[in-house]
Ligand binder design. Structure first.
Ligand SMILES: Nc1ncnc2c1ncn2[C@@H]1O[C@H](COP(=O)(O)OP(=O)(O)O)[C@@H](O)[C@H]1O
Ligand SMILES: [Mg+2]
Length: 457
């Protein structure tokens, strides 16, 4: 810079020297006195040099500085400033350049902040995002997308989408998005080891200000949970239809026989009527359980809380169960350590007792034992139902809470089970923020323990 400054000044000095020489050559024709001539030339040279220095310092130098600062700004160094103390138009120019530099620096700062915010949002959104230009090159991928595909940024950025995304469904979505210039949806699955995830991909075209296609954004949503719910719902509908169909077929079959054939034998007729009666009772039970379950699963379901004595509740439950256990000669004993108060949905707790005691009696062979213990510990009521029955294989314990799951279908049906009892119990326990535990040994017996918080406030 210093070199530039002295070089340009040197050129101007040479210019003045040349001018002085030319003036001397012209004056020499008019003036004969050399002393006068040299004095005039010397004075002229000095005056011109002084004027030059003045102009150079006042105008040329600041403009050079301003130009250098502008050069820095153009290169993107927004911290460059012009340092001059001049007034007048050159000073004004320097000030304006400095204001411009400050504005640019603020703008760049904001832009950087916005870019950072945007990338934070893009990286933390719950769906995978990919940006593709109109030629098909990938420009951006977010964290969620990389997590879905178990890959890194380097595997995608700068590549053509069809070279690095090996799902035909994605290619189709991109092609149709470009072709029809509107949002296009697609589905595919990804497998990692044993996990299979369902993904919905939505392609959205991007246009520039002249409404020309510039590329597309692909959004990837993990819809595995939704799919699972859909499968469960479909299974449930199929199961319900099947469960309803069995007693219905039986009822209509026997009713038809009674109507069409002239059965005079009272015993046979009564037998048929008995079957129709039993099957309609089964239907009734099934529909009751389905209604209970659907009420429990309804959005906004609320427990009907009250404070009551467990002792009083047992007085309502035990006589009913006793009748059932007596039929199989099963000893039913109750053990309530001390008067226990509980705040809960009384009818629902009663339902838990009926279902668990009912199972204990159903799945225990004749002459067995069923023991009910209610005790209070650590702010919870523990309801323990122990039987000496057939037991549950360890690996099937998690499954018995599924709707319609039975270990032995025929046996469950014979005992009047709907396959929904434990699903209902689990729901009620969860609504009360309680827990349920199962301990079982095959052919020895099973213990169900339900723990409910005493105060639900
Ligand atoms: N106390 C128990 N002992 C042995 N098996 C049981 C017991 N309780 C439940 N189970 C098993 O769990 C399955 C599901 O129970 P549940 O939902 O009450 O349906 P259901 O009794 O109508 O079959 C039963 O079919 C049975 O195989
Ligand atoms: Mg049952």
């Amino acid at each position: 810079m210093k070199a530039l400054f002295s070089k340009s000044l040197f050129i101007y000095v040479i210019g003045i020297f040349m001018l002085t020489v030319i003036t001397g050559a012209v004056l020499q024709l008019l003036v004969n006195d050399y002393i006068v001539l040299f004095s005039v030339l010397f004075i002229q040279f000095i005056i011109l040099i002084i004027i030059l220095l003045q102009i150079f310092h006042r105008y040329i130098l600041p403009i050079q500085k301003a130009s250098r600062t502008m050069g820095e700004l153009v290169k993107g160094n927004y911290r460059a400033r012009v340092h001059t103390s001049f007034n007048g138009s050159v000073g004004e120019l320097s000030k304006k350049i400095n204001v411009l530099a400050r504005n640019l620096s603020e703008l760049a700062f904001h832009e950087q902040m916005q870019a950072e915010q945007l990338s934070t949002v893009i990286d933390n959104t719950e769906s995978g995002l990919v940006l593709i230009d109109e030629k098909g090159y990938i420009h951006l991928v977010n964290r969620k997308f990389l997590k879905m595909f178990h890959k890194t940024k380097q595997d995608f950025i700068g590549y053509l989408y069809y070279d690095v995304l090996n799902k035909e469904e994605i290619h189709q979505v991109v092609q149709e998005t470009f072709l029809y210039e509107k949002n296009i949806k697609g589905f595919f699955t990804l497998s990692h080891n044993v996990d299979k995830i369902y993904i919905e991909v939505v392609g959205a075209p991007i246009f520039n200000e002249r409404n020309m296609l510039k590329g597309a954004v692909l959004a990837f949503y993990d819809i595995t949970d939704l799919k699972r719910i859909e499968v469960v719902r479909k299974d449930f509908v199929a199961n319900v239809s099947h469960e309803l169909k069995t007693p219905m077929t039986s009822i209509s079959g026997f009713a038809e026989t009674l109507l069409e054939e002239d059965i005079t034998d009272a015993e046979t007729r009564n037998k048929f009527l008995g079957i129709i009666h039993d099957e309609s009772k089964r239907l009734h039970l099934l529909i009751d359980d389905l209604l209970i379950l659907s009420k429990l699963e309804k959005d906004g379901f609320q427990l009907n809380l009250s404070t009551f004595q467990m002792e009083d509740l047992l007085e309502e439950v035990i006589p009913v169960m006793k009748k059932k256990s007596d039929e199989k000669n099963i000893t039913l004993t109750t053990n309530l350590t001390k008067p226990t108060t509980l705040t809960a949905d009384r009818n629902k707790v009663k339902q838990i007792m009926f279902n668990l005691l009912g199972n204990a009696i159903s799945y225990t062979t004749e002459n067995g034992q069923v023991k009910l213990t209610v005790k209070e510990k650590d702010g919870q009521i523990h309801i323990e139902i122990q039987d000496t029955g057939i037991g549950i294989p360890q690996h099937l314990i998690p499954r018995i809470f599924e709707r319609f799951y039975r270990i032995d279908k025929a046996r469950s049906r014979n005992t009047g089970g709907t396959g929904l009892g434990l699903a209902i119990v689990k729901h009620i326990v969860e609504q009360h923020k309680g827990t349920i535990k199962v301990n079982s040994a095959l052919d020895k017996g099973t213990t169900f323990t339900v723990s409910l918080p005493i105060n639900r406030e």
